[in-house]
Ligand binder design. Structure first.
Ligand code: FAD
Length: 518
């Protein structure tokens, strides 16, 4: 995988090796050498030889996450097996002022796990134990490196599953999901990761092990768990997650519905939801995305469709039967020309394969592409889709749309050929303009992939200086030394202890030439 704002088929950088606006996120190779050596000694004393990587060639394996456009070789990689080992390494980082970055499976699409050249990458892939499936409590307690789908596999024999299902669920980790507050097709009905993580054991940036939340549905005091979920590794490292398990539904019906236009498909989506029907998932793909999926996985979507909806209904059989009749009616009223109900597991899997392969499938119809991620109120869908189409035709840059229609989470795929002069810049412009559209329509610059290093420069478009300063105060309360994934999320680093509010003069880091002001 490689990409700008997401998966892109070109191997190697398109716009430069390091994020242009965020060199403060990457550090300089050679800095902190003594500290890194000290951290390496602590790690080697605690874990097997294979758990500490310092060989330059092996280090390159970890130089990027799913956003492979940005690459930085870490100074050291550590793969702990236990909380105690990980906490000791974090303590050593804190003692020597060495920045660290947590990494789960490295599938993130915003550069959140981009390493630091002057820091340590802490990889959780050896912490993959599902510690408990507590059927009676409807909870599971899992380590951070556990693969999302493995939680469901463990819970299914008990009649339960783990609901948040990113399309990457076969490879992404629960720790990464927690840090990104990941979504997925079924989050429309069941909510995002933040609705399913009830507790976490966290290693603070000082190396202390603390428990936030737990088995109980809620705990008094400030919602520190809510602060940590979605904080993209900037407030510490999660070493367990206590997650909610959801009862397997009595019945599931998966429908594939063909429409002539995205407007019709969007209107059907709104009609279904405004009637009080809440499907488990409503996903939309436009003609270009369908073309790509057909070429890649032969999913046999309706011929000539300008858009398809994949709709899944689940629950008690009587409820599903009732909702199915309503969905059929609203689709027909809004111009559907074909409605196919999967009759068995194979047909259901084929319908989903088309949707879930869409990001990668676009590589069949374009040498390079950007996976954008923005969110808008669902009712703005038709207007924003039309505006994206206008952007595309005025710029000549093709855009394929595949998205979680039910919750307004857009994933426009901006296609280009990196070999052609100016093509990647034009694609970047269209991609940025789509985020502007999301903001002006009351949405946000990310729906589920996070800010990371990729969208840090967009934060001031959504938030005022005061907003950002307030967020930095929270960050500094957890991490006064600014060593936990520094340089991510925020456009300019703030020094902890600096008083927030309107800056009277340039930020000290700007003056020192280490950061840019936006
Ligand atoms: C093909 C494809 C499809 C995708 N589909 C979706 C989708 O439908 N929905 C969606 O939301 N995302 C999707 N993603 C993005 C990605 O899979 C998610 O963001 C996922 O949660 C990342 O998990 P990871 O284990 O790979 O994390 P990484 O990429 O390793 O890390 C992501 C972030 O989490 C931090 N982190 C990792 N582990 C920890 C920890 N234990 N404690 C604290 N911080 C930590 C990292 O520092 C980084 O900031 C997709 C990606 C791909 C490649």
């Amino acid at each position: 995988m490689s990409g700008t704002h997401g998966t892109q088929t070109t191997a190697g950088p398109v716009l430069g090796d390091t994020p242009p606006e965020a060199t403060s996120a990457t550090g300089e190779a050679g800095d902190n050498a003594a500290g890194i050596a000290a951290v390496g000694r602590v790690a080697r004393a605690l874990m097997p030889e294979t758990g500490v990587i310092a060989d330059p060639t092996q280090l390159r394996t970890y130089e990027c996450d799913g956003l492979a456009h940005y690459r930085v070789t870490p100074a050291l990689v550590v793969l702990p097996e236990t909380t105690e080992q990980l906490a000791a390494v974090v303590r050593a980082c804190s003692e020597h002022g060495v920045p660290f970055v947590a990494r789960g499976s490295g599938t993130g699409l915003s550069g959140g796990a981009l390493p630091r050249a002057d820091g340590v990458l802490l990889v959780t892939s050896r912490m993959r134990t599902i510690r408990e499936v507590r059927r009676a409590d409807q909870r599971a307690i899992v380590e951070p490196g556990v693969i999302n789908l493995d939680v469901t596999r463990a819970a299914t024999p008990e009649g339960y599953y783990y609901a948040p299902d990113p399309s990457s669920q076969q490879i992404c980790s629960i720790g990464g999901n927690l840090a990104e507050n990941s979504g997925g097709a079924h989050c429309l009905k069941y909510g995002f990761t933040s609705n399913h993580v009830l507790g976490t054991e966290l290693i603070t940036p000082q190396g202390d092990v603390v428990q936030l939340g737990g088995l109980a549905p809620d705990s008094p005091g400030y919602d520190l768990l809510g602060t940590v979920v979605g904080s993209e590794g900037t407030l510490g490292i999660a070493t367990t997650a206590t997650v909610r398990l959801v009862r397997l539904p009595e019945e599931v019906r998966t429908l594939l519905v063909g429409f002539h236009t995205t407007d019709d498909a969007g209107a059907a989506t709104s009609a279904i939801i405004s009637a009080g029907v809440l499907p488990a998932a409503i996903e939309m793909m436009d003609a270009l995305a369908i073309e790509a999926a057909e070429a890649a996985v032969h999913c046999n979507y309706p011929d000539g469709a300008g858009a398809v909806l994949v709709i899944e209904l689940d629950g008690a059989s009587a409820e599903v039967e009732h909702e199915y009749a309503l969905v059929e009616q609203f689709c027909q009223q809004n111009g559907s020309f074909e409605l196919r109900l999967a009759t068995d597991a194979t047909e259901r899997a084929l319908i989903w394969r088309g949707r879930k392969s869409a990001f990668a499938a676009v590589g069949r119809i374009s040498p390079d592409y950007i996976v954008q991620d923005g969110v808008i109120p669902r009712t703005a869908l038709p207007e924003v889709l039309r505006a994206i189409a206008e952007l595309s035709s005025s710029s000549g840059v093709r855009v394929a749309n595949v998205f979680h229609a039910g919750d307004g989470n857009l994933h426009p795929l901006v296609l280009f050929d990196g070999e052609k002069d100016g093509a990647s810049e034009a694609a970047e412009q269209v991609s940025g303009a789509i985020l502007d559209l999301c903001i002006t329509h009351g949405g946000a610059i990310t729906g589920e992939h996070g800010v990371g290093v990729d969208k840090a420069a967009y934060m001031p478009k959504m938030f005022t200086d005061d907003d950002l300063d307030t967020m930095q105060l929270v960050r500094c309360a957890f991490d006064p030394g600014n060593i936990s994934n520094p340089g991510k999320i925020f456009p300019t680093p703030r020094l902890c202890g600096e008083v927030p509010g309107k800056r009277k003069k340039a930020h000290p880091l700007v003056e020192a030439g280490l950061a840019d002001a936006f």
